[in-house]
Structures are given as C-alpha cells and as structure tokens.
Design a protein around this ligand. Structure first.
Ligand code: DX5
Ligand code: ZN
Length: 225
C-alpha cells in the first residue's frame, strides 16, 4: 500500500455532499471519511446511516466510517447496511473491544480502532493482531478545523512499531489538523491513510486541494508500509 487520501466530508457543505464527494474523487481521493458523532462521546452531532446510504449512490469510493459514538455495537449493522467499507471504533468506549472488532468483520466490513490523543498505545497491545487499521487522532475528536497536536507524529511511529511487532501490516491512519504543510511529516512517521477535512473542503477548489495533498503525501513515502 502507498498512501491513501481520505477527505472528511464533515467540512463539506451538507447541502451539496454529492458535489463535494465528486470533486474529491476527481482530485484523486482514495476513500471518503465519514465522521459520525452522537453528542455524547463528543460534543457535536453529525450524520447517521441514512446519509451514508444516500451518498453511497453517488460514488464508488470506499467509505471509511469513523464512529465517535457511545455504544457503537448498536449501530454496526446499520452502517454496514448503509454501505460502510471500513468502520472504526474508539477504544475509550468499548470494554469488549475484541468482540466489537470481530463483529465488524463478520458484517463484511474492515474493522479499525481509534485512539484519542490522551489514550496510551498500550490500549492496543492485546488486539494489535486483530485490526485492519489503527486511527491515531491528532486532535480531540468532535470538530473539524482544529490544530494538529505535535505529539501525534511520534505516536504514529509507536503504533506502527506495535503493529509490526504483532506481525500485522495494517495501515496507520491519522485524523485531525492535517494539511499541505504537515502531511509529509506524518507520512514519514508511517501514516498511510490521511484524513483531511478543512484542508480540502474549506478551500475554493477541493479537487485541486485533494490532488495537491495527495502529491505531497506520496512524495514523502520512503519505504513501502
Ligand atoms: C474530528 C474528525 C475529523 C475531522 C478532521 O473529530 O474525526 O475527521 O473531520 O477535520 P480537519 O482535517 O479539519 O482537522
Ligand atoms: Zn474522523
């Protein structure tokens, strides 16, 4: 795998999601990142399965669904039915994380786990061999447009090393505050799925922003990961 670009539609115009996704796709987006928030685990409320189902009709790109919700187990079927390709869940809300990961896989969806900035990597130790990807949050989840937390760069390296020790080639994803100026650093640290919301959709030309972010990311790949 090289580097995949996953534009986050959280920062797009919700009245024109189809057009936003089409622009990102023309710019070379590899995935569409869908931020689901419940107003409990995080302060914000965003979108649910009906919206995922609707946008499923407008693109062939895989959907990377990031569940920032309490009790995600209750909604796995709905997001799988709606067209999720990948579903990530936060370790902070799941006492039975191993069961949840395998429940996602049983639905034919790729399971990922997410770590908040304050969550230690050791939380992954026992399930590092079971996941299809690990998402390192580089902001506190809840909103687009926040500033990248610098410690996240070394956290990506440490998660990569943990997955390698487990013999798992699963990619590390990074989410929050990524833009043209810092994407090379996180890719050099080992990130291989790059989420970007405001850096793409809060620009006058999301197609071009996607293309330029992807070029910067690909330019930073020094070894296959
Ligand atoms: C934050 C979300 C992110 C967000 C990223 O809670 O998980 O996916 O959309 O937005 P930017 O790239 O603007 O930080
Ligand atoms: Zn996200």
């Amino acid at each position: 795998m090289s580097v995949l670009i996953a534009p986050s539609i959280l920062s797009a115009d919700f009245a024109a999601l189809g057009m936003a996704i089409a622009a990102a796709e023309r710019g070379g987006a590899d995935l569409i990142h869908v931020d689901v928030m419940d107003g409990h685990f995080v302060p914000n409320i965003t979108i649910g399965p009906p919206v995922v189902k609707s946008i499923r009709r407008v693109t062939h790109l895989p959907f990377d669904v990031h569940l920032m919700i309490e009790e995600p187990d209750r909604y796995l079927d709905s997001f799988a039915d709606a067209g999720a390709t990948m579903i990530s869940v936060h370790v902070e809300v799941l006492p039975h994380l191993h069961r949840t990961i395998h429940a996602i896989r049983a639905l034919g969806v790729k399971p990922g786990v997410v770590l908040n900035p304050a969550t230690p990597i050791v939380a992954l130790e026992e399930i590092a061999g079971d996941v299809d990807y690990v998402l390192v949050m580089s902001v506190n989840p809840g909103f687009g447009g926040q500033t990248f937390i610098p410690r996240s760069e070394s956290k990506v390296r440490e998660v990569r090393a943990l997955l390698d020790r487990a013999g798992n080639p699963a990619p590390v994803e990074i989410d929050g505050g990524i833009h043209q100026q810092n994407v090379a650093r996180v890719v050099a640290a080992g990130a291989r799925i790059i989420v970007a919301g405001s850096a793409i959709f809060h620009t006058p030309d999301p197609e071009r922003a996607t293309r330029e972010l992807k070029a910067a990311a690909l330019g930073a790949v020094t070894s296959p990961a």
